[in-house]
Design a protein around this ligand. Structure first.
Ligand code: HEM
Length: 538
C-alpha cells in the first residue's frame, strides 16, 4: 500500500492536467479517509485488546490512577472491599504502576504453584531497597540473581536446619528464655544468641535491643506504605512522604548496630576458640564472607551478611512478636478457650514443671489456637508483593511483566465461602479437619508463611519460637487485663500487620515452682526499666 501511495503521490500533485482535478481530489479524499479508517481500526482493536486482556478494576484519575481513593492505612481492607465488587482478580493503577490483586485460593495456586517461577520476582519499594542494604537480603533480592538462591541455601542448609536449631536450644535457654524477658526481648535474644553464639554484653546489648525494636517496627510500616516515589520514579528524588529519608536514618542506625554485632563476633573469635556447640550463625556467615574470593560454594559479600542479619533480626523477631500478641489477645477475649489451653498445658507439662521444647509436639490444642490466630491475623496480610518476570495469563487475563501482584491472604483467610463462620475464633476447626491443617504452603486457602519458591525460609525458627514463648507464657502465668481496660483488636497496617495498641496484661504466677516466682520479678523489673516490650506488666 505504501508503494502504491508513493507512486500515486507525484500524479496526485501534478496540477498540469486540470481535467483530472476532480478525480484527483476525490481520490485524495478517499485515500485520506481510508488511511484514517485503517488507523482508527488498528488503534481501537489494539486498545480493545489491551483493555479486554487486563483484569477488571476501578477507574482512577488521570496520572495518579486510583491512588487518592486507596487510603494508605489498611491496604488489605481496601483490597478486600474492591474484591467484593470486582471479583477475585482485579487491577488498579497507582500512577502508571499496574497493580493486580488476587483473593482466591485457586488463583493463589496459579501464582505460587503453576506460575511460581514467573511470579518469583519482587518489585522492591524504595523503603525496602534501603532497609535491605540495596536488596542484598533474601526478601527483596531478585529471583533471577543466582546470589538469592545462594543466600536462601545458606539460611536453610547452614543456619536453620533442625540439627542446628536443636544445638542452639541450649543457647536459647541459657539466657534469654527466662520469664522476665518475654515476647520481643525473648525472640530478639534468641535470634541474637543464635547469631552470636552467646549474649550481647551488658549496656551494649540493652541499647541494641531498644533500638532494634523501635526501628524494626517502623521499618515494617514504611515498607508496607504506598510510596509516591515508587509510583512516580521521576519525582522520587523529592521523597514527598519522607519515607526514604526516614528509612535511611533507620538503616544508618541498623548499620551501626550490625557493625558492632559483627565486631563483637570477631573479638569473640579472637578471644577464644569457640566450641562447635557455641559456633554462632554470624561466625559462619563471616567465614563465608572471608572466603568470598576463594573457591567457596557459598560466598557472601559483607552487604549480604548484613542483609541476612536484617532478615533474621527484623523479619524473624517482628513476625514472631506480632503473632504472640495476636494469640494472647484472642485468648484473653475467650476465657473458655484459654481454659482449654491451660488444661492441656497442665496435662502435658505438669503443674510443677516449666515448658520444655519436647512438650511442644503434644500441645495440639495450643497448636490449633496458634493456627486459628494465623488465619484471622496473618502476620503478612498481603505476603510480600510479587512481580511477574514476564507477561503471563491468569484466569483469562494478562498480567503484564513488571506489574505488582498482591495475594490478599487476609481476605482468603476470612472468606465465608471457604471457612464456616470465618470471623469466629474456633481452634477446633484445625483440630477436627486435617485438610485444614497444612500451613506450609500446600493448602492455598491457608498460607501464613506464603508458598512456592519465595515462601518463608524461617519457618522452623519462627514456629518453634512462637510456640515455645506462648506455651511458656500461658503455662507459667495467669493473665488478666488491667481494671477497666477493654482489648482493642485493631491492626496497624505495614508489611507485617501488628496490633495497633500494645496488649497490657497483669501476670500472676500459675506454678508453685520458686524459680518462676523469681522470674516474674525479673519480668516486671525488665518491663518497668524499658518501654521496648509491648507486653507491659504492672
Ligand atoms: C511466625 C513467624 C514468621 C512468619 C509468620 C513469617 C511469614 C513470612 C511470609 C508470609 C513471608 C512471605 C512469603 C511469600 O511471599 O510467599 C516470609 C518471607 C520471609 N521470611 Fe518469614 N515469617 C516468620 C519468621 C521468619 C524468621 C524467624 C525468619 C528468619 C530467620 C524469616 C525470614 C524470612 C525471609 C528471609 C523471607 C523472604 C523469602 C524470599 O523472599 O525468598 N521469617 N515470611
Amino acid at each position: 500500500m505504501l508503494q502504491t501511495a508513493y507512486t500515486l503521490y507525484p500524479w496526485l500533485l501534478d496540477l498540469s492536467k486540470p481535467k483530472d482535478g476532480l478525480f484527483r481530489a476525490i481520490l485524495s479524499f478517499v485515500m485520506v479517509i481510508l488511511a484514517i479508517s485503517l488507523w482508527h481500526l488498528w488503534f481501537v482493536k489494539k486498545s480493545k485488546k489491551i483493555v479486554a486482556q487486563l483484569p477488571p478494576g476501578p477507574r482512577g484519575l488521570p496520572i495518579v490512577g486510583y491512588l487518592p481513593f486507596l487510603g494508605t492505612d489498611n491496604l488489605h481492607l481496601s483490597f478486600t472491599e474492591l474484591a467484593a465488587t470486582y471479583g477475585p482478580i482485579f487491577k488498579l493503577w497507582l500512577g502508571n504502576k499496574l497493580c493486580v490483586v488476587i483473593s482466591s485460593p485457586e488463583l493463589a495456586k496459579e501464582v505460587v504453584r503453576d506460575h511460581d517461577v514467573t511470579f518469583s520476582e519482587r518489585d522492591p519499594p524504595i523503603a525496602a531497597q534501603v532497609a535491605s542494604f540495596g536488596c542484598n537480603d533474601i526478601s527483596f533480592d531478585s529471583y533471577s540473581n543466582p546470589r538469592w538462591k545462594n543466600k536462601r541455601k545458606v539460611l536453610a542448609t547452614e543456619l536453620l536446619t533442625n540439627a542446628r536449631l536443636n544445638a542452639c536450644y541450649g543457647l536459647r535457654r541459657e539466657q534469654p528464655i527466662d520469664i522476665g524477658k518475654w515476647t520481643y526481648l525473648v525472640a530478639l535474644n534468641a535470634a541474637i544468641s543464635m547469631i552470636l553464639g552467646g549474649e550481647l554484653p551488658g549496656e551494649k546489648g540493652a541499647a541494641i535491643e531498644g533500638n532494634l525494636k523501635e526501628n524494626s517496627s517502623e521499618s515494617m510500616v514504611l515498607m508496607g506504605k504506598p510510596n509516591v516515589s515508587d509510583i512516580f520514579p521521576a519525582i522520587a528524588r523529592f521523597d514527598i512522604q519522607g519515607i526514604e529519608r526516614r528509612m535511611r536514618k533507620i538503616n544508618q542506625q541498623f548499620n551501626r548496630l550490625l557493625e558492632s554485632v559483627i565486631e563483637m563476633a570477631i573479638d569473640k573469635e579472637k578471644d577464644m576458640k569457640s566450641s562447635e556447640q557455641k559456633l554462632g550463625f554470624l561466625e559462619l556467615l563471616l567465614h563465608l564472607e572471608r572466603n568470598n574470593n576463594e573457591d567457596n560454594a557459598s560466598p557472601l559479600t559483607m552487604d549480604e551478611v548484613k542483609g541476612l542479619l536484617v532478615d533474621i533480626l527484623v523479619g524473624g523477631t517482628d513476625t514472631t512478636t506480632t503473632m504472640v500478641e495476636w494469640t494472647m489477645a484472642e485468648l484473653m477475649q475467650r476465657p473458655e478457650i484459654m481454659e482449654e489451653v491451660k488444661k492441656e498445658l497442665s496435662d502435658v507439662v505438669g503443674v510443677n514443671n516449666t515448658v520444655e521444647e519436647f512438650h511442644l509436639s503434644n500441645l495440639s490444642y495450643l497448636n490449633a489456637a496458634i493456627k486459628e490466630t494465623f488465619r484471622l491475623h496473618p502476620a503478612l496480610p498481603l505476603l510480600v508483593p510479587r512481580c511477574p518476570g514476564r507477561s503471563v495469563h491468569l484466569n483469562g487475563y494478562t498480567i503484564p511483566k513488571g506489574s505488582r501482584l498482591f495475594i490478599n491472604m487476609w481476605c482468603i483467610h476470612r472468606d465465608p465461602g471457604i471457612w464456616e463462620n470465618p470471623l469466629e475464633f474456633r481452634p477446633e476447626r484445625f483440630l477436627n479437619d486435617p485438610d485444614n491443617s497444612n500451613h506450609y504452603g500446600n493448602d492455598f486457602r491457608f498460607m501464613p508463611f506464603g508458598s512456592g519458591r519465595r515462601k518463608c525460609p524461617g519457618i522452623p525458627l519462627g514456629e518453634k519460637l512462637l510456640f515455645f514463648i506462648l506455651a511458656s507464657l500461658l503455662h507459667s502465668f495467669e493473665w488478666r487485663l488491667p481494671h477497666g481496660i477493654v482489648l482493642d483488636m485493631s491492626g496497624k497496617f505495614g508489611i507485617v500487620m501488628k496490633k495497633k495498641e500494645p496488649i497490657l496484661l497483669i501476670p500472676t504466677p500459675r506454678l508453685t515452682n520458686l524459680d518462676i516466682k523469681n522470674a516474674k520479678k525479673t519480668m516486671i523489673e525488665s518491663l518497668i526499666c524499658t518501654l521496648i516490650i509491648k507486653f507491659r506488666i504492672y
